[in-house]
Structures are given as C-alpha cells and as structure tokens.
Design a protein around this ligand. Structure first.
Ligand code: AHR
Length: 514
C-alpha cells in the first residue's frame, strides 16, 4: 500500500514537471495600437424582455424605482460597467422599425406587431428620445441601426436629421416640439442589419449598391456629428460578403464593416443554458474560438482593399446562444448565464484586443434578459451575470495601448480533439500600469502560467479572479452573488517574472505597477 502511494506521488511530481505550461512574453515598452473602447459595446433590441420589463418599466410604474421609466438599478449597473456604446433598436427588429412611430405623445403612438420576436405587440412607448436619454444617463455613445430592409432612404435620412440637425430644419423643429432642444449628435449608424438574411435577403452586390444609396443621404449636420457609417456585415466565415463590400463601396463612405458570430451548438438544437454536458461545453468553446479565425481572415480580406486599415471591423453581434429557459416564450430568447458564458466572454475579448489594429468595435448580444445577457431581471429583482463580471474586469483595457504578446499555451483535450486552453491579452493604461487578462477554458485542469515582463521594471502585482466550484454555476434571484469576482493574491512577481496558477474555467485580471 505504502509503495503504491509513493509511486503515485513520484508519478505526480514527474507529471507536474512535464505538464505543459503557459509561457507568455510581454514587451511592455513596445505597444503602439490603441484598444478601442468600442470593443466593449453592448446591444439592446426590442426583443423579449430586453427593453420592455427589462430596461424600461414605464413612467407610471410604482413598484420598481425608475427615472423616466428606466430602472434605476439598471442605470447604476450599466454606469459601473463603463459601457462605451449601445446598439439599438435591433438586430432583425431594426429593419422593421418605423422610428417616426416612436416619437411624440406616448398615448398617440401607433402599435405594431414584432414579427421577428414572438409576435409581441410593440406599442412604441420606448422610442428615440427614451433610448438617447438612456445613453446620456449611462455615459454610452448611441449606435443606431437604420431600417434598410423595409424603410426608405428618406426615413433614414430624416432620422439622422431629427437627432442631429442643430435647428431650423423640419426634422429639428419636430424634435424641439417633442421636448428636445439640442441635437444628440449621434455618430454611429448601422446601414441595415444582416442584409443577407432578416434585413432583406439581399446578395452582397445588391446590398453594396443599396448601402451607397442610403449612405449618400445620411448627412453630417455638424462638425460634432460626423457620421460613422457601418455596413451590414458577414455572418461567420462568409468572406465573399466582406470582399464584395470592400471592393464595391467607396471607402470614404464606409467607416466600418460588421461581422456576426454566435457560439451555438447547432441552430436546430442549441442545447441547455445550464445543465450542459462536457461535449456541449467543448463544442461551445470550439465555436467561441472560431472568432479568432473569422476575425483574422476577414481582416486579411480587408487588408487587400485597405492596407492602411482605415475601415474598421465591427463585430456588432457575438455571444452564446442556447435553448430558451423552460416555460419562457421561444421568441424571447431568455437564457441563463453560467461560468461557460464567462469563458466565451474572456476568450473572445482577448481575441478582439489582440486584433485591435482592425477590430475597433463589438457588441455583445444582448444587454438585458436576452441571449448572453449581462443583466437579468424579474419584476423588482435584478442580478448581474458571470458575463457582466468579465466585461467589468476587462474594462481596464478600454482605450489602453495593446502590448504585443507571445504566448505558448497548453491544450484542453476532449475525446481526441484539442483547443487552446489559456488565452491572454495585455495593455498599458494612461498611468503606465499593465493589465493582463487570462482565461483558462479547460474543463478540469488548472494551468501554471509564467509571464516574462520585458522592457521595464515592475515591483507590484495585484489581481482579480472569477472562478466557481462548478462550470454551470450561475447567479439566481435567490443567490445573486454565487458567482462574483474576488481579489487574487496568487501571482508572485520576481525579477520581472510573474508566476501563478489559473484554475480550470476561470478568468484572472492582473495589474502590474512600477
Ligand atoms: O441577437 C438576436 C438576433 O440575431 C438579431 O436580431 C439578429 O441580427 C441576429 O440574427
């Protein structure tokens, strides 16, 4: 018995010594690319309880504290998150939305049926003013998605004028009549959404022409509102779509090209959001890792037509997509959010940061009560999800300088298939601090990490850890803080070398200072 134990012990030591380690080298004095804060954007669609019952509970609500109908707890949580931009009103809904129905006295606004999402009645009580005021309250830049699929060039041109014209035009006068004197000066505009699908089932060639037509009549009404126009982009690996837009749209009319990618098991059966198997977990991670390939290959195509990288790649929909929770409307896309979602967020944000020379915007789908939400609500209760915590931990990278990274990482193996287990990205902030984000997606193994900090001398390290005993752990209205970040003191800094262990399925943010 004793001998067996000894053999086991020696075996462990040998195995540990041979264990693949994560080796990272950071040249802390070499960064030159800014990580655009807009990579940390969010998305709010008129879908299920994202807007109604989520963000907006109505001016007449007496149960839930609100400001002009917007929940106060949500305003605070979104301010804390430091949201750089918020995309609205869709998604697919954007190409059915008539913005003129959402202005003026609320009791007079016409209703419509939300054909894309559960056939819900849309009473238009949350409209342009409500959304743009919300953005002002939370300090986010609005990103308006224009209706190209079922609207007209004039509708979109009028919307731009309504929100941006300083005064003395029919649309500015209408805005003032509706209670808003000053223009909002909205810069970010989507010219349609998923034009290849719910936005009109167009070919890339046809859409490129439609884009040119719409963009021509979207005017810059002042120097403070120079429009940043984003073309409806490809889904996943549809590189021909990106190539056609880059080739056929003059670049002076094009600030960004979008890309959508969801981490979904299969569109026929998306699997459960909580009680998933390891096979389902592995597949979700495989899908999440595809973002690296998609971003790299779409960027390569963009490089061919735009070697100076003037046109941005905007991943304005990304995240995990599962079957809806039992008993909820299948058209409302309500799902729970576990440590698996924290893994999608951590690795995807590392991918975006490391491609910051081309990826200059992204929007997680979606912000409240829909898909990979950062916030879930139930009447007066509100919880923050593991994804919220990752987005908050990573917000130190916003507008910081990307530090080029060299990484040699171990593999997470499952049934003969392999994925990179540990991903990382690093940046230097305005005060000279280096922030390093690490995500270990391994289902069962912790990994040793060694980080060589070259170029400068540092003396202090601190950190935060998001980890939980089980991979499907999540927050509930009964246990809202089951998954929450904790301070992490496990990183040791010695002569410019950091050493730590990153637990299985966890996220760490390290900060090193001089
Ligand atoms: O985010 C949900 C939907 O997914 C969006 O409305 C659409 O753009 C995409 O297909």
């Amino acid at each position: 018995m004793k001998r067996k134990l000894l053999t086991f012990f020696i075996g462990c030591v040998v195995a540990t010594a041979m264990c693949a380690q994560t080796k990272i080298t950071l040249n802390t004095d070499l960064g030159k690319t800014k990580i655009s804060k807009h990579i940390y954007g969010h998305f709010a669609e008129h879908l299920g309880h994202c807007i109604y019952g989520g963000i907006y509970v109505g001016e007449k609500n007496t149960k839930i504290p609100h400001t002009a109908g917007i929940r106060n707890d949500i305003i605070q949580a979104l301010k804390d998150l430091k949201i750089p931009n918020l995309r609205w009103p869709g998604g697919c809904f954007a190409d059915a939305y008539q913005w003129k129905d959402g202005i003026g006295p609320k009791e007079k606004r016409p209703s419509m049926i939300n054909v894309w999402w559960g056939g819900a009645k849309e009473d238009n009580s949350f409209g342009t003013h409500d959304f743009l005021d919300l953005c002002e309250r939370i300090g986010a830049e609005p990103y308006l998605a224009g209706n190209v699929g079922s609207g007209t060039v004039k509708d979109l041109s009028d919307w731009v004028s309504y929100v941006n014209h300083p005064g003395g035009s029919p649309m500015a006068d209408l805005r003032k009549q509706n209670g808003r004197e000053k223009p909002w000066n909205v810069k970010m505009w989507g010219v349609g959404n998923e034009a290849w699908g719910c936005g009109g089932n167009m070919t890339a060639e046809y859409y490129a022409n439609v884009y040119r037509q719409y963009a021509t009549f979207m005017n810059d009404w002042s120097k403070d509102a120079k429009l940043y126009k984003i073309a409806s982009g490809a889904s996943d690996g549809d590189y021909a779509w990106t190539e056609t837009l880059m080739k056929n749209i003059p670049h002076h009319m094009l600030a960004g090209v979008a890309l959508h990618h969801y981490s979904v098991l299969s569109w026929q059966d998306k699997g459960p959001s909580v009680n998933f198997t390891e096979a389902q977990y592995f597949k979700t991670m495989e899908e999440a890792w595809k973002m690296e390939e998609f971003v790299a290959k779409h960027s390569t195509i963009m490089d061919k037509y735009d070697p100076q990288k003037k046109v941005d790649l905007i991943v304005d929909e990304w995240g995990g997509w599962y079957n809806v929770e039992d008993g909820t409307n299948p058209g409302f896309l309500y799902q729970q959010n576990t440590m698996r979602d924290a893994m999608i967020a951590g690795l995807t944000l590392n991918v975006f940061n490391n491609h910051a020379d081309r990826v200059r915007g992204a929007n997680l789908a979606q912000i409240v009560n829909v898909l990979q939400a950062v916030i879930l609500t139930n009447e007066e209760k509100m919880i923050l999800t593991p994804t919220y915590h990752v987005m908050k931990m990573y917000n130190v990278h916003q507008d910081a300088t990307l530090i080029p990274i060299m990484i040699d990482a171990p593999q997470y193996e499952f049934q003969g298939k392999k994925l990179t287990a540990v991903s990382a990205s690093a940046s230097k902030d305005a005060a000279g601090k280096i922030n390093i984000s690490l995500t270990n997606i391994d289902y069962s193994k912790a990994h040793e990490v060694t980080i060589n900090l070259r170029g400068e001398n540092f003396s202090k390290v601190s950190g935060q850890l998001l980890s939980s005993p089980k991979i499907n752990d999540h927050n509930t209205f009964e246990q809202p803080n089951k998954v929450a970040p904790k301070s992490f003191t496990g990183a040791k800094l010695d002569k410019g070398v950091l050493k730590l262990n990153i637990p299985a399925y966890s996220v760490i943010m390290l900060t090193v200072e001089k």
